[in-house]
Design a protein around this ligand. Structure first.
Ligand code: PMP
Length: 416
């Protein structure tokens, strides 16, 4: 069901009406009216192509992978490993460098426990930024506590941009790894990850990039970036929930010890000891999520069929339009005004708490997220408890932004 590995996807002309019609849930009435789905930062909706690929797998290919010799097992293995080729091609990686995980969170934990913890000594430092998601903070804190190391976070300016000079100044002889979000889920800030990787590598420091909010919106080439570890989730890129990928340079994977033990990750097992399978299988214990991999591959096919440049241009135009519309709402303050930004509009209003704003928006059929967005240190930095966040996907249009703006004017009249 996925494009054959190696065959470049041919982009169709970007046609918003056609794209929308391919996402069945967008026609779902909510609160008795039209849905304006602006919660793509939390999770994206799924196109027919992804639903069909997963359905096809269970109807025609389902069996456990890698072990059995029967026809269905062969089909399942081909489809599952074909998905690995597809994902590798999307990220510009070799297939051996693609480890399947449950998502970004598990990918980061894998690097923390399998790569960094064995190398971490008392007094060592892990360099983060002030805009990281909890999943790119807490795993590092957990291993730092075990090793007597510490987590250090570089500051942001008032626009929500990383202070790159301060980040550089925090690099020292004790820094063991730098971890940075590619696109901030709360601010939309696009970080200059290529520059950061260059600086870190000049000091021999490996870099992990959290790509959860990036891969559906901009082209990522892990080789061009020379990134050591890149983590992402399928569900934020029009694929299924509970599935994701860790890209890691092969030399790192070879040097890393296994994390989860079980079937498929071993070569031999005896009571005297076990030996490990080749990478990436060394990190994939147990029966994997075959349908998840196939759904993710279908989602990447879908993105490429629309064309990432066209998607990025569309979302950028919407970001500009949305920014202008929000500027017309009295008492509204945008949080995150970076010069380089993805399609995220986070804001607070002087008349109402984000929770109350979210409730009024919901009544108007506008789906947004309210809260700290798993970035509590960032909320502290801006001195606010929460924001309202509208986050864009390829199927959003001016009508969604109009619906949002109208509902915000209603908030204003209700809470004034
Ligand atoms: N990092 C960022 C920037 C995110 O937005 C998210 C999801 N909100 C995550 C990490 C975690 O992703 P997942 O829950 O799919 O593991």
């Amino acid at each position: 069901m996925t494009a054959a590995a190696g065959r470049p996807a041919v982009a169709k002309p970007f046609d918003l009406a056609r794209i929308r019609a391919e996402f069945p849930i967008l026609a779902e009435p909510v609160r008795g009216g039209r849905l304006a789905y602006l919660d793509n930062g939390a999770t994206t909706q799924k196109p027919e192509a992804v639903l069909r690929a997963m359905d096809f797998y269970y109807r025609h290919q389902n069996a456990n992978v890698h072990r059995a010799t029967h026809d269905l097992a062969e089909r399942a293995t081909l489809a599952y490993e074909g998905a690995r080729d597809r994902i590798a091609r999307y990220l510009g990686a070799a297939r051996e460098e693609i480890v399947f995980t449950r998502g970004t969170t598990e990918a980061i934990n894998l690097v923390a426990y399998s790569y960094l913890l064995p190398r971490l000594r008392q007094g060592d430092e892990i360099l983060l930024t002030g805009m990281e998601h909890h999943s790119n903070i807490v795993p590092w804190q957990l291993i730092a506590a075990q090793a007597g190391a510490k987590v250090v976070a570089a500051p942001l300016n008032d626009a929500g941009e990383l202070d790159v000079a301060a980040w550089r100044a925090l690099i020292n002889a004790r820094t063991r790894l730098a971890a940075v979000v590619h696109v901030s889920n709360t601010l939309g800030t696009l970080n200059p990850v290529g520059t950061l990787i260059g600086h870190a590598h000049a000091h021999g420091i490996p870099v992990l990039v959290d790509g959860a909010q990036a891969i559906a919106h901009l082209a990522v080439d892990v080789k061009a970036l020379d990134v050591d570890f890149y983590a992402c989730s399928a569900h934020k890129a029009y694929g299924p929930t509970g599935f994701g990928t860790l890209y890691a340079k092969r030399e790192h994977l070879e040097a890393m010890r296994p994390w989860h033990g079980g079937g498929d990750m071993i070569r031999t097992v005896s009571f005297e000891g076990s030996t490990w399978n080749d990478v990436p299988y060394k990190f994939e214990a147990g029966t994997p999520d075959m349908a998840g991999a196939i759904g993710f591959a279908a989602a990447l096919d879908y993105i490429e069929a629309q064309g990432l440049p066209a998607i990025a241009a569309h979302e950028h135009a919407l970001l500009e339009e949305g920014t202008a519309r929000l500027a017309e709402v009295p008492g509204l303050r945008l949080i995150g005004t970076a010069a380089q930004k993805g399609g995220i509009l986070s804001f607070v209003m002087d008349c109402a708490h984000p929770q109350d704003i979210g409730t009024v928006l919901d009544q108007a059929g506008v789906a947004v997220r309210t809260g700290h967005h798993c970035t509590m240190p960032l909320m502290q930095r801006f001195g606010i408890p929460a924001t309202v966040r509208a986050s864009l996907g390829m199927y959003n249009g001016s009508d969604d932004l109009r619906q949002l703006a109208q509902a915000l004017h209603k908030v204003r009249s209700l809470f004034r």
